[in-house]
Ligand binder design. Structure first.
Ligand code: NAP
Length: 309
C-alpha cells in the first residue's frame, strides 16, 4: 500500500489537487490498499496501475482545472507512477507546474519520462530540458522512446544514473514491428524497465517480450492498455459478464486493466486519462482479486468473440 500521510493530504488540499476527487469514491474504497509489485533491480514497490499523460497539454483555465483534478484524484487515491515524454508536447511542463503548486507532492510520485533522440548531443539536451520542465533534480525512470538512441544516448543515461540523478533506465515501444529489435536489446543490455503495448485486444507482447522481461529481471510498464480507447468502443453498452464480480470489477476499464496486470511479468499498467473519475475508476483495478490463468483465457475469448462477432 502507498499510504498518503496526513501531511501530504494537507498539502494536496492546500494545492487544490484533491478538489473534486474526494467525492469520487467512498472513503472505505479510497483507503483500501493498492496492490503493488516490486521492480526487480531495486526492490521498490509500485502500484499496479499508474497514469499516462500524453494528452496533458496547456489550454484554457477550465482545461487546466480538469488536469489538476485528474492528477489530484490520482494522488488522493494512492497513485504513484506517472508516465510522460518530451514528445507529448507540454505534458512535462504541465505536470511540473501542477506539482510545483504543492511542496512535497513530487516525492509521492514515481516520475517516468523519455528521451527520443538519436544523437548524443540532442539526447543530452532533451534530458536537461526534462529536469527543467518537470522541475525536479531527479527522475525515477528515463526510457529510450521507441528504442531510439541505444548506442548513443543510453551511455549518457547510465552516467546520470551512476551520479544519482536517474533512478531507473528503460526502453519503450508500442509497435509490434519493433518487437524483434526490442528483444535483441533486452538480451544484450542491462535495463531496469521495458515499456510495451499489451492489452486484451493486443496480446502479442505476451508471447516473447513479457516472459523475457521476467527472465532478465526487468520491470514492465504497459502502455495502451485500452488500445487508445478502442476497447471501450468494442464492448459498447454491453453489461459486464457475471465473472467480473469474481474479480471485483465494476467497470469495463477495470476488466481491461486487471487482464493486463494479472500477467505475472507486468509491474504497472499506465492508462492515459484526463478525467478524475476515470483515474479513480482505473485505480480500482489495483484493488481486490485478480483473474487466474483460466479466467484470463475466458476474458480473452470473450473479447475476441465480440471483435470477431
Ligand atoms: N511508445 C511509447 O512509449 C508509448 C506509446 C503510446 C503510449 N504511451 C504511454 O501510454 C499511455 C497510455 O496510452 P494512451 O493514453 O494513448 O491509450 P490508452 O491508455 O489505451 O487509452 C486512453 C483512452 O482511454 C480513455 N479512458 C481512460 N480511462 C478510462 C475509463 N476508466 N473509462 C473510459 N475511458 C477511459 C481515455 O480518455 P479520458 O482522457 O477521457 O479518460 C483515452 O481516450 C500514454 O499516455 C503514454 O504515457 C507510450
Amino acid at each position: 500500500m502507498i499510504p498518503v500521510p496526513l501531511a501530504s493530504r494537507r498539502r494536496l488540499l492546500q494545492a487544490g489537487l484533491a478538489l473534486g476527487a474526494a467525492a469520487l469514491l467512498p472513503p472505505a474504497a479510497a483507503q483500501a490498499p493498492l496492490l503493488t509489485r516490486p521492480v526487480p533491480s531495486t526492490g521498490i514497490r509500485l502500484p499496479l496501475v499508474g497514469l499516462g499523460t500524453n494528452r496533458f497539454r496547456f489550454g484554457d483555465e477550465a482545461w487546466l482545472e480538469r488536469l489538476r483534478e485528474t492528477l489530484g484524484a490520482f494522488l488522493r487515491f494512492g497513485g504513484k507512477v506517472v508516465d510522460t515524454a518530451p514528445a507529448y508536447g507540454d505534458s512535462e511542463a504541465v505536470i511540473g507546474r501542477l506539482l510545483a503548486a504543492a511542496n512535497g507532492l513530487r516525492e509521492q510520485l514515481f516520475l517516468a519520462t523519455k528521451v527520443g533522440r538519436e544523437s548524443a548531443g540532442e539526447g543530452r539536451d532533451s534530458l536537461a530540458a526534462s529536469y527543467v520542465a518537470l522541475r525536479t533534480p531527479r527522475l525515477d525512470l528515463v526510457q529510450l522512446h521507441n528504442l531510439r538512441g541505444v548506442a548513443t544516448v543510453l551511455p549518457i543515461l547510465r552516467e546520470q544514473q551512476a551520479a544519482g540523478h536517474i533512478g531507473h533506465l528503460g526502453i519503450t515501444s508500442s509497435n509490434d514491428r519493433q518487437y524483434a529489435e526490442m528483444e535483441a536489446i533486452m538480451r544484450r543490455e542491462r535495463l531496469d524497465f521495458i515499456q510495451v503495448d499489451y492489452a486484451v485486444g493486443n496480446r502479442g507482447a505476451g508471447e516473447r517480450l513479457l516472459p523475457l522481461a521476467a527472465e532478465r529481471g526487468m520491470a514492465v510498464l504497459v502502455n495502451l492498455p485500452f488500445g487508445r480507447g478502442a476497447q471501450f468502443r468494442a464492448v459498447g453498452e454491453r453489461p459486464l459478464p457475471d465473472w467480473a464480480a469474481e474479480i471485483d470489477c465494476s467497470s469495463w476499464a477495470q476488466v481491461f486493466l486487471k487482464y493486463v496486470v494479472s500477467h505475472p511479468a507486468v509491474t504497472c499498467a499506465i492508462p492515459g486519462s484526463t478525467q478524475a473519475a476515470h483515474v479513480a475508476d482505473n485505480l480500482g483495478a489495483a484493488r481486490g482479486r485478480l483473474p487466474d490463468a483460466a479466467l484470463r483465457r475466458e476474458i480473452a475469448g470473450y473479447f475476441d468473440a465480440i471483435v470477431d462477432g
